[in-house]
Design a protein around this ligand. Structure first.
Ligand code: IMP
Ligand code: MG
Length: 336
């Protein structure tokens, strides 16, 4: 009998909340056998500071930095060109990638045609132009191509049924991409990505529901969004937040729109994902801006100082069943 236990990292807002940082931290504190990317494609961008060097990964999960088996799961779509250039970048950066990086056989492929279609037609909702939407459409339209059909990927292929259920015990860190507000079902449709960005998306990669252990929700003390819809309200303060937070996309370099944290968005995301632990990042940014504001029930709640805002948020999180010792506030460059 093999047993599986899975901790999940899931973004509670619109992506870019610092999942990479949490993954990097957890990889060093628990003995994971695998790190699994469970959704999304080369649209994601994880910025990771490892041993003083900055790495940006799009497809390969953070486990690779610690010699943990890193798996691109079948909930993802994979761009082989991007995948191979990332392997090269990691190798050149001194990371040992041999026998560490795997792709599920049944992962669908992003082709050249998907990429050019997305560059042309993705402007409508402001996609990253990485071919994500067209690749998932072809998957569900049953005309897609899978990793098993790509000869160059052969050395990296893995059968996830055998891997999870083949006899050994596994302890998996499941690392999500994008975020709740971009989820195909629960996000602000049609301004969404084409994959499942919730804890439910983890299970699609061959894992049983009882395997789910800790669910680490990641948010920021304010919100950001990249894409075509108008998100940022009028007011100079929002530009200040973007500047102080260095809010530029890791994949496309686009400036992110900003807004105050929305308590009800956060509550929905926490409930639907089953969050047990939460990290709220970039508290220092509001400190630089000097304003402490949250939207709550469509009104603006303003706080006198940082402690008041943290206290308010903590009390709300406790009401949702999150233990106080599992609530972490963190700063831009700080480790957790
Ligand atoms: P797509 O995923 O490239 O199809 O883009 C759909 C929407 O999701 C657009 O608004 C993108 O800007 C957004 N998006 C996709 N990936 C990310 C990400 O990793 N961080 C933030 N936004 C993203
Ligand atoms: Mg990102």
């Amino acid at each position: 009998m093999s047993t599986q236990s899975v901790d999940v990292i899931v973004d509670l807002q619109y992506g870019d909340c610092g999942k990479g940082k949490v993954a990097h931290h957890l990889c060093q504190t628990k003995n994971y056998t695998h790190v699994l990317r469970y959704n999304g494609g080369a649209n994601a961008g994880h910025t990771i500071f490892h041993r003083g060097k900055k790495f940006i990964t799009h497809q390969i999960p953070a486990g690779v930095f610690f010699g943990i088996k890193s798996v691109v799961g079948n909930g993802c779509v994979l761009d082989p060109i991007q995948f191979f250039s990332e392997l090269k970048m990691l190798e050149e950066g001194g990371i040992d990638i041999s026998d560490k990086v795997f792709v599920a056989e049944n992962t669908h492929i992003i082709t050249e045609a998907h990429r050019s279609e997305d560059k042309r037609e993705g402007v409508r909702i402001g996609t990253t132009g990485r071919g994500n939407g067209p690749a998932y459409r072809d998957k569900y339209g049953r005309t897609g191509k899978r990793a098993i059909d790509v000869p160059e990927l052969k050395p990296y292929l893995i059968n996830l049924y055998q891997e999870w259920h083949g006899g050994g015990d596994t302890q998996i860190l499941a690392e999500g991409a994008q975020g709740f507000g971009l989820d195909i079902d629960w996000g602000d449709y049609p301004y969404v990505t084409s994959s499942h960005c919730t804890t439910a998306g983890v299970l699609l990669n061959g894992l049983p529901s009882r395997a789910i252990g800790d669910v680490w929700g990641v948010a920021k003390m304010y919100e950001t969004y990249v894409g075509s819809k108008k998100f940022q309200p009028e007011g100079e303060v929002f530009n200040k937040i973007a500047d102080a937070g260095e809010e530029y996309g890791a994949t496309t370099g686009r400036r992110r729109q900003t807004n105050w944290m929305n308590m009800q968005t956060l509550e929905r995301a926490i409930r639907i994902n089953g969050v047990t632990h939460i990290v709220i990042n970039k508290v220092d940014v509001l400190r630089i801006v000097g304003q402490w504001v949250i939207y709550d029930q469509n009104t603006k709640a303003e706080f006198k100082n940082e402690d008041e805002m943290k206290h308010f948020v903590t009390e709300r999180l406790k009401k949702l069943g999150i233990t106080e010792s599992n609530i972490f506030f963190s700063e831009s460059r700080e480790r957790i």
